[in-house]
Design a protein around this ligand. Structure first.
Ligand code: TYD
Length: 225
C-alpha cells in the first residue's frame, strides 16, 4: 500500500453543523447504491429529516456539463484530466449546494459517489495514486468528508452479471475490462483501510432488505450521537 501520512489524513473532517448530517454511498457498477439510497431516504423522512440526494459528477448546472463531457466522451481523456474534471464538479457542488444546505438544521445530504470514487477510479483504476488524490483534496472545501460512507461491496463477477442484466448502453467507465474493475475493488478496500471510522463496508451480495437494515442501524447510531 502507498505510504500515506497521518498528517495528510488529518486534513479531512466531517461538517460540524448541529443536527445536520452528510452521508455517501460508494461501490462499483451494479452494487445497488440507488436502491439503498432511496430506502434510506424514506427512513430518514419518516424521522422528519429533510433529505437531499446529490450525484457526482453533476448536481449543478456547470457540474452537469462536466458530467456529460466526461461520461459521453468519444475520445480518451488523460487520467489527470479526469481527476481535475471530477474535482471541478465536486467543488462546484460543495460550494453551490452542500455547504449551504448543511447549515439548515435537520438536513441529511446523501451523495451518490464522492471522494472514494476518485480514490478507486482515478487513484487505483487510472494509476494516479491514492495519495495524489488525497493531496488534491486536502484544502477546503474539498477536504470535507461525510460522517458515514456506505461502501456496498460486490465481487467482479456479480458486477458483470448485474450489468449484463441491465443491458444499458455503456458509459466511459463501464466499457473498461476486468482488470480495471479489480483495481476499483482494490481502491475501495484501500479507502476503507485509510478511513476505517467513516467507511462502513457492507456485503452488497446480501439480500436488499438485510443490507438496508444494516445501513439504517448505522445511521440510527450516528443520529443518537
Ligand atoms: P454514473 O452513471 O453516476 O454511475 P453509477 O450509476 O455507477 O454511479 O456515472 C458515474 C461514473 O463516473 C461511474 O462510472 C464512476 C465514475 N466516477 C469516477 O471515475 N470518479 C469520480 O470521482 C466519480 C464521482 C465518479
Amino acid at each position: 500500500m502507498e505510504d500515506i501520512s497521518k498528517e495528510l489524513l488529518a486534513k479531512f473532517c466531517p461538517p460540524a453543523y448541529p443536527g445536520s448530517f452528510f452521508l455517501s454511498f460508494e461501490g462499483i457498477e451494479g452494487a445497488g447504491k440507488s436502491t439503498q439510497i432511496l430506502k434510506l431516504k424514506s427512513f430518514l423522512e419518516e424521522q422528519h429529516f429533510r433529505v437531499l440526494i446529490l450525484r457526482e459528477p453533476g448536481g449543478t448546472p456547470f457540474g452537469e456539463k462536466l458530467r456529460s463531457a466526461i461520461l459521453n466522451t468519444q475520445t480518451p481523456i488523460h487520467p489527470l484530466a479526469e481527476v481535475y474534471l471530477f474535482t471541478a464538479s465536486r467543488v462546484q457542488l460543495l460550494d453551490e449546494v452542500t455547504l449551504k444546505e448543511l447549515k439548515v438544521p435537520n438536513t441529511v445530504i446523501i451523495y451518490d459517489r464522492y471522494i472514494d470514487s476518485t480514490m478507486a477510479y482515478q487513484g487505483m483504476g487510472r494509476n494516479i495514486g491514492v495519495k495524489t488524490i488525497l493531496e488534491i483534496h486536502q484544502n477546503a472545501p474539498l477536504n470535507l468528508i461525510p460522517h458515514l460512507t456506505f461502501y456496498l461491496k460486490i465481487s467482479l463477477d456479480t458486477s458483470i452479471l448485474r450489468q449484463e442484466k441491465r443491458n444499458q448502453d455503456k458509459d466511459y467507465f463501464e466499457s473498461q475490462g476486468r482488470d480495471f474493475y479489480q483495481k476499483l475493488i482494490d481502491g475501495y478496500d484501500m479507502a476503507a483501510e485509510l478511513f476505517p471510522h467513516r467507511i462502513v463496508v457492507l456485503e452488497g451480495e446480501k439480500d436488499e432488505a438485510q443490507v438496508s437494515d444494516d445501513i439504517i442501524g448505522h445511521v440510527k447510531q450516528l443520529l443518537l450521537k
